[in-house]
Design a binder for this molecule. Structure first.
Ligand code: CU
Length: 278
């Protein structure tokens, strides 16, 4: 995932934030481990780009539908008439504008009426961060982790041509992923580093966010913090800000403790700290 601009830069910027998201239905991703997947995407990315805004910003999202079916945009950061999330027909643009008044890390996703679930699970989802405006966050190494899943059967070449509607209806994922990737490379850190993960769970099921060998220093849904947490449950369609400190040299994998069965599929994000002086 690309580096974040962060709270200070985002909140120092204009209070009018505009994002352009183009929907296509043909991008194929090498997921790793010999598997590939044809996804529906915002801006050709799986998950979609992280949208960073500051508390109180007026946020405008323009959804350019270059697909062959109708698509939309729903961010959980807005309080507004759900009909404004779309969908919009192929070849048209939908504009969704609102005020992001509540800090947190939010899921955004396609809004396509009764077939919304299929669209979300086909790849049309991402994270939107609403930074608090007047409460500076502690200096930390920051990253976004979006937990999502693929619902389809690989062919003999490991290619998954799209979402299987029966599997998606039953929340029967083929595998879950962090940031659209199987087998994430280790993140290099140092002993004592504070790590902040902006975590979003697309689903299915509750994500049991946990760092093996560590305890979350504190966890927030946006404004208040809870301290000393071994595992934090994030339901499908929600997010959390997770902070932990690297206790010493070693490897500390971020996992979903309810989906350890997918460790062979690489559902792990290791943080690797070398000993000082090495
Ligand atoms: Cu859609």
């Amino acid at each position: 995932m690309p580096a974040l601009a962060g709270q200070r830069e985002t909140c120092a910027g204009s209070r009018q934030k505009t994002f352009d998201l183009t929907v296509t239905e043909t991008a194929t991703f090498d997921l790793g481990l010999g598997l590939s997947f044809r996804a529906w995407t915002y801006n050709g990315r799986l998950p979609g780009p992280t949208l960073e805004v500051c508390e109180g910003d007026t946020v405008t999202v323009r959804v350019h539908n270059h697909g062959e079916t109708s698509h939309g945009f729903d961010t959980h950061a807005f309080r507004m008439d759900a009909r404004r999330f779309g969908p919009t027909a192929p070849g048209t643009t939908l504009t969704v504008s609102g005020v992001a008044d509540t800090p947190g890390v939010y899921l955004y996703h396609c809004s396509a009426g009764p077939v919304t679930d299929f669209h979300i699970k086909s790849g049309l989802h991402g994270a939107m961060i609403v930074y608090p405006r007047d409460r500076p966050l502690r200096p930390a190494r920051e990253l976004v982790v979006v937990e999502d899943a693929v619902y389809g059967t690989p062919d003999a070449h490991g290619f998954i041509p799209g979402t299987d509607s029966t599997r998606s209806q039953h929340n029967d994922e083929t595998f879950s992923m962090f940031n659209g990737r199987l087998g994430n490379a280790p993140v290099q850190v140092a002993p004592g580093d504070l790590i902040r993960i902006y975590f979003v769970n697309v689903g299915p099921h509750v994500a049991s966010a946990h760092v093996i060998g560590d305890i979350f220093d504190r966890v927030s849904l946006g404004t208040t913090w809870v301290h000393d947490i071994q595992t934090w449950g994030v339901p499908a369609g929600s997010g959390a800000i997770l902070e932990f400190r690297i206790p010493g040299p070693g490897v500390y994998p971020f996992v979903d403790h309810d989906k350890l069965a997918y460790l062979p599929f690489g559902l792990s994000l290791p943080f690797e700290a070398a000993a000082p002086g090495r």
